[in-house]
Write a protein that binds this ligand. Structure first.
Ligand SMILES: Nc1ncnc2c1ncn2[C@@H]1O[C@H](COP(=O)(O)OP(=O)(O)OP(=O)(O)O)[C@@H](O)[C@H]1O
Ligand SMILES: [Mg+2]
Ligand SMILES: [Zn+2]
Length: 491
């Protein structure tokens, strides 16, 4: 006997067996119970979420030997004929290949005749959005004067392409994409019935790749079994699914956490060489940083992350390298950068700059923080200023602290040039600072009054100033964009 693919073998036979789609199921069952079944339905939703399945169950429900019932028996002739694909009064028509006016005309001829053997004739037109304009017009006539005891069910994966004139004559149901959890639970049941061994992590990989489609998830499971046999190994699955190699993701996160921007470029080349789409890769990377944050934040991350113990330990070790708030900042920056990548004409450069930026993140000090840290130092300088020198010229009424920014006091580690300018980019602190608005420090180009060596000397001895200088070593000041203001604004 020929092999029946899982997606067909496990097509739900009753409304109860359908995964998700609770609202659709409930409304249809109530309509049958109260004898208020509409003459035309429109089922919309992505591929493989149950549109055809629901149509078939509805057809059985209306014609089952037990009378119209929300729970068809699946044993009478009519139920079985539908399940076996040879019911005479249930027609499945492909709108993509029967799209012209002539096709619709012959359909109209067909519906003139009453159901041969059952109470209700059901006509299911798949991918209805593919029908031509003339075809739709012909169809409209039929919908305006629908033949008795005939139910039309139109299905589409592209609802927005169905003319409003058709939509308004139908009861519309939107089929939801299945959640990852729903898919995993469903696959676990199928795997058990089929006697397959597959880890929850493996089920998670398939569910993620199926991207909301139950049919796709079952087809992928089929593919995995064909490749591995009944014991489906995680590694083999990764190969089949073309999932981004974990090692590569870890290579990126460790470059970022070690602040080694020079590693970013060869790694991106490697991603491209491996044939991955950069946008898809970026999504995986975001997920990877999210996993690191989960591991860093939760006491029992295994409750929500489905990794085998080995992968989990690896994640833990990686997450240990950064503080929670740092991981949070990396994740936020990656997420903020993702849309740019989607619309970029050169995703490689966009991703490279984003990742280099991430490598410099620890050196970036938000301007707000800088000002906060500067306050005690400013006070200390003020005291020195009063004692030894006249107040500086310039619009700041407070004492000047030019030595802090202009005399290269932070000559600890030489920060590399950022390679990109922009609102959230700072500049190396040993270069003159840009004039942020409103400037707390006078711009370096402005002379800060007469030489005040005694003043700076005294100030440098002050523990607050010392601490500030220490903190600022090798840092880059970042000016975070604020709402409604893109450039260099401190609110
Ligand atoms: N809600 C669901 N619950 C359980 N299994 C489902 C569900 N939806 C789809 N499936 C599985 O996927 C297979 C295909 O489903 P179905 O033909 O109903 O999808 P569809 O929405 O009509 O997709 P398409 O738009 O590609 O025609 C089913 O045989 C079943 O195995
Ligand atoms: Mg279908
Ligand atoms: Zn029946």
């Amino acid at each position: 006997m020929s092999y029946l693919v899982l997606a067909r073998k496990y097509r739900p036979k009753t409304f109860e067996e359908m995964v998700g789609q609770k609202a659709v199921v409930r409304t249809l069952q109530n309509a049958i119970k109260s004898d208020r079944v509409a003459q035309a339905y429109l089922f919309s939703g992505m591929r493989g979420v149950g549109k055809t399945t629901a149509a078939r169950i509805l057809a059985k429900a209306l014609n089952c030997g037990r009378g119209p019932t929300p729970t068809p028996c699946n044993a009478c002739d009519f139920c079985r004929e539908i399940d076996d694909d040879h019911a005479v009064d249930y027609l499945e028509i492909d709108g993509a290949s029967n799209r012209g006016i002539d096709d619709i005309r012959s359909l109209r001829e067909l519906v003139k005749y009453k159901a041969l053997r059952s109470r209700t004739k059901i006509i299911y037109i798949d991918e209805v959005h593919q029908i031509t304009k003339d075809g739709f017009n012909a169809l409209l006539k039929t919908l305006e004067e629908p033949p008795e005891n005939t139910v039309f069910i139109f299905a589409t994966t592209e609802f927005q392409k169905v003319p409003a004139t058709i939509v308004s004559r139908c009861q519309h149901f939107e089929f939801k994409r299945a959640s990852q959890r729903e898919i995993m639970d469903h696959l676990a049941v199928v795997a058990e019935k089929e006697g397959l061994t597959i880890s929850p992590y493996g089920l998670g990989l398939i569910a993620a790749a199926a991207d909301g489609s139950l049919r796709d998830s079952q087809s992928l499971l089929d593919q995995a079994v064909a490749f591995c046999g009944e014991r489906v190994e995680d590694e083999a699955l990764k190969e089949i699914l073309g999932t981004i190699n974990r090692d590569l993701l870890f290579a990126f996160s460790s470059a970022v956490l070690a602040e080694q921007a020079d590693r970013v470029f060869p790694l991106i080349e490697k991603v491209l060489d491996s044939g991955y789409d950069l946008r898809a890769f970026a999504k995986e990377l975001i997920q990877h940083f999210r996993n690191l944050l989960v591991v860093r934040t939760m006491s029992r991350p295994e409750d929500i992350l489905l990794f085998n113990p080995e992968d989990m330990n690896r994640l833990r070790a990686e997450a240990e390298k950064a503080a929670d708030e740092e991981l949070l900042r990396y994740l936020q920056a990656l997420q903020a950068g993702e849309p740019n990548l989607r619309y970029s004409s050169n995703p490689q450069i966009t991703l490279e700059t984003l990742l280099v930026k991430l490598c410099h993140f620890r050196k970036l000090v938000p301007l707000k923080e800088l000002i906060r840290d500067l306050e005690p130092a400013k006070k200390a300088l003020g005291r020195a200023d009063l004692a030894s020198a006249p107040p500086p010229a310039g619009r700041n009424d407070g004492p000047a602290v030019p030595a802090v920014t202009t005399r290269k006091p932070f000559s600890g580690r030489e920060p590399k040039p950022a390679g990109q300018t922009g609102a959230s980019w700072g500049r190396p602190s040993d270069r003159p600072a840009p004039p942020p608005a409103p400037p707390v420090m006078p711009p370096p180009s402005r002379p800060a009054g007469p030489p005040r060596d005694g003043q700076t000397e005294a100030a440098r001895k002050d523990p607050n100033v010392k601490m500030f200088l220490e903190r600022m070593k090798g840092r880059i000041v970042s000016v975070e964009p604020t709402k409604g203001r893109r450039e260099g604004g401190e609110e």
